[in-house]
Design a protein around this ligand. Structure first.
Ligand code: ACM
Ligand code: ZN
Length: 764
């Protein structure tokens, strides 16, 4: 039976939630991440005070977890019999796989490992009433829907990252975070422990890491792009003691979560250098960074620095049983190395070509040290620079190119491309979202992520271990804010790494999320809820233009207005596309029969002479930023001024582009305006030059070499370039847009190609 039929059947058997059985409510199975195979069958297993649980030492973690989960959260104490039974099953292929059978008389959990059984327990947990999550379940007879599940993950690395350098969070919160990822059958917590803005792990041999590197004098207020920079004047910091680290690692082990510590090198090291200036190239005293970005004070390649790093890693290795140590490797500007005598001597003595090869030397030397201690390294994809260390695993964040390169070199890869895995990006286009770094990564985009880059063949794909969601905390000072950014995107990521493609369906997922939100409420997790948001699309067909509204959640109404007023329960119900032939503001919201559910969606269409006409671009936008296609550039709708990834924006990485607009007939035009994103912190630059030419026919140019458009800043992140004409008649408009080029030294992303982002070409 297909997944969809099973879901339909389950909806048919019960109502969505809380149906009656012998007068008792039960939970309709809506498990996240979606299991590979599940069949819901007749009847219920009744959990009562006489129910027994039995497991042997092979299932110590999973058995203990289930027993505590039931006993700590209800008035039930389990007896010692076989009603719920753990069975060792060597025939299950995947060591993390399991079979869960809830029958009317017994529940059996079959697995080959404790880890597999743990995931069966997490599925069973989702069949128990929500009250088990927060000790509010009082009934001592609990019906559990009969079901048969066979399940196993698609990927063996299923992770979530957390940056505690920019902001720090309590030990209790770290445990809550680990709990949540274990509940979602994720198995790795990537703990980003050292940063320019703070060193967060106690290293006994170097007390100044605690006294100096762990604290900054103050913190940037507002967004990095807000100028001039302002600071809060408050000292900020702290660190995790080795006892706390051990406690967290043990806690994670009791949930089959591996903690991978990240000790950043050679870059993102300013906090350590502020404590021990000799670790840098110049020996100068620097402060722990108080704002965000990339800093030039990186570790020097002299022996003394390696001695320090080896001492640090000795203590780290003793604390973390993980196979991997993450050594960072990203964003290490080479400016200081270029003028450092010791680094230049190293380049000569090791026969290296340049500073990029020195980066490789740095990483390889650390890798050799860690390999000798039985550890493997993971590093951000910059570790490909100047050659890859022999056994390194690559964490691909700057798109997927690093992943492809590493997999082709037979190196393991973890996928975390910014486009789909950076949960510090905005998740909604609502203007009242809390300030985020930028970008736009809605739930659906996470959900549709395929960790296997299309460039890889089947053999090469085996090197893709899995994927991870990243939480960088520059703009997340509180745990509630971290939760808001992490949820529900973490739910989507759990399905990306666990569920089979043919079990994935976004609409079905959102229905399960709607249900899962009650569990998150019980767990006191401050999730974002954008399920009731509306998307809009301008569609031009057969010379007519109309605006379409949609929402993923079913069984609800969209109501809208065209007069600028807020929609309410009496506003018109949307049933068909809205015709557009003039500038227009559309406001809409999702309603049930009683009230408005989500926030108000608002779109202003600036109707101009190119709307609905024909446009071609000589390059394809980057696949992560292809928006709604070239037509989006002439749809009368501007992109968000902080979310360059929304569907109005087209992104091109390092390429010059040519755009041709055909107005369909000779048309008098008076002005041309183009809009670009200007977000240098995110490597996005306005073009170095834009020229425009008008054509009478496709080849008959009016202006030969073209006219240069002049830029003027529009707002913080937007720059427009335009020009006026005095009633020129033309049919074709061609734009030549020259990419900024390479990002200069001293800027974030220095040495990389700049992005060009464009959202609209306005012809009047
Ligand atoms: C990164 O986001 N710098 C890995
Ligand atoms: Zn140096």
């Amino acid at each position: 039976m297909s997944f969809k039929k099973i879901v339909a059947l389950s909806v048919f058997i019960s109502f969505l939630f809380n149906c009656k059985n012998e007068e008792l409510p039960y939970v309709n199975p809506q498990i996240i991440p979606a299991p590979n195979h599940q069949i819901i069958t007749d009847g219920f297993f009744m959990l009562t005070r006489t129910t027994g649980l039995s497991y042997d030492s092979k299932f110590e973690v999973s058995g203990t977890f289930l027993k505590s989960f039931i006993e700590n959260n209800s008035n039930i104490t389990l007896t010692n019999s076989d009603d719920i039974l753990f069975i060792y099953d060597a025939s299950i292929d995947n060591s993390e796989g399991y079979k869960l059978d809830v029958g009317t008389k017994s529940i059996t959990i079959k697995a080959k490992t404790d880890q597999g059984a743990f995931y069966a327990v997490q599925s069973l947990r989702q069949l128990l009433p929500i009250g088990f999550e927060n000790k509010t379940h009082a009934d001592i007879r609990v019906p559990i829907k009969c079901i048969s599940i066979e399940d196993a993950p698609q990927f063996k690395y299923r992770g979530m990252h957390l940056d505690v350098g920019r902001h720090m969070f309590s030990v209790d919160f770290i445990k809550k975070y680990i709990d949540a990822l274990a509940m979602l059958k994720m198995n790795t917590f990537h703990w980003h422990l050292t940063e320019d803005q703070g060193w967060r792990i106690e290293i006994k041999k170097y007390p100044k890491l605690q006294e100096v590197a762990a604290f900054r004098n103050e913190t940037l207020i507002g967004h990095y792009s807000d100028q001039p920079h302002q600071f809060d004047g408050k000292r900020y910091g702290g660190f995790y003691t080795q006892e706390e680290v051990k406690d967290i690692v043990t806690y994670a082990q009791s949930r089959h979560v591996t903690v991978i510590p990240e000790i950043e090198l050679p870059g993102h090291a300013q906090a350590a250098i502020s404590a021990y200036p000799d670790l840098g190239c110049t020996g100068e005293q620097v402060d722990v960074a108080t704002k965000w970005g990339v800093f030039e004070h990186i570790y020097c390649s002299k022996d003394e620095t390696f001695n320090f790093l080896e001492d640090v890693l000795d203590e780290v290795v003793a604390l973390f049983p993980s196979e991997y140590i993450h050594i960072g490797g990203d964003e290490a500007p080479k400016t200081k190395w270029k003028t450092c005598q010791q680094c230049q001597n190293r380049i000569k003595s090791e026969g290296l070509k340049d500073e990029h090869e020195l980066q490789n030397y740095f990483i390889t030397r650390i890798e050799t040290y860690l390999n000798a201690k039985g550890k493997q390294i993971i590093g951000w994809d910059e570790i490909l620079e100047g050659g890859l260390a022999p056994n390194a695993t690559v964490m691909s964040w700057r798109g997927t190119k690093g992943a492809v390169e590493a997999a082709k070199q037979k190196h393991n890869v973890v996928m975390t491309p910014t486009s789909h895995c950076y949960f510090d990006y905005y998740q909604s286009t609502n203007t009242d979202e809390p300030t985020a770094i930028g970008g736009f990564l809605p739930l659906e985009k996470v959900y549709n992520f395929n960790p296997i880059p299309e460039e890889l063949d089947q053999e090469e794909s085996k090197y893709i271990l899995g994927a991870q969601g990243n939480i960088w905390t520059e703009y997340m000072p509180t745990q509630e804010h971290v939760e808001y950014m992490a949820f529900p995107r973490m739910l989507a990521m759990s399905e990306v790494v666990w569920s089979k493609d043919n079990n994935k369906d976004y609409t079905n997922f959102t229905q399960r999320v709607e249900h899962f939100n009650e569990r998150l409420d019980a767990l006191n997790i401050n999730y974002a809820n954008h399920l009731y948001e509306i998307s809009g699309e301008l569609v031009s067909k057969n010379n007519t233009t109309s605006y379409h509204l949609s929402t993923t959640i079913q069984d609800k109404h969209i109501r809208f207005t065209l007069d600028g007023s807020e929609p309410n329960l009496t506003s018109e119900i949307y049933t068909q596309a809205i015709p557009i032939d003039t500038s227009q503001t559309i406001k809409a919201a999702v309603f049930n029969s009683e009230k408005q559910l989500g926030t108000v969606f608002s779109e202003t269409i600036n109707y101009h002479k190119a709307v609905g006409k024909t446009i071609t671009i000589n390059k394809t936008p980057h696949k992560s930023y292809s928006g709604s296609g070239p037509e989006g550039l002439i749809n009368g709708i501007s992109g968000s001024d902080s979310r360059y990834g929304d569907k109005e924006w087209l992104g091109f990485w390092g390429e010059d582009i040519e755009i041709m607009i055909d107005l369909g007939e000779d048309t008098e035009i008076n002005s041309i305006q183009t809009r670009f994103y200007n977000g240098n912190g995110q490597w996005i630059y306005i073009p170095s030059e834009i020229k425009v030419d008008l054509f009478k026919t496709e080849t008959e140019s009016l202006y030969g070499n073209g006219l240069t458009l002049i830029f003027s800043p529009d707002s913080k992140n937007i720059a427009s370039a335009g020009m006026g004409f005095e009633g020129v008649t033309t049919r074709y408009i061609k734009l030549y847009i020259k990419n900024y080029g390479t990002i200069p030294d001293g800027k974030q992303g220095a040495g990389n190609k700049a992005w060009t982002f464009i959202d609209e070409i306005i012809i009047n």
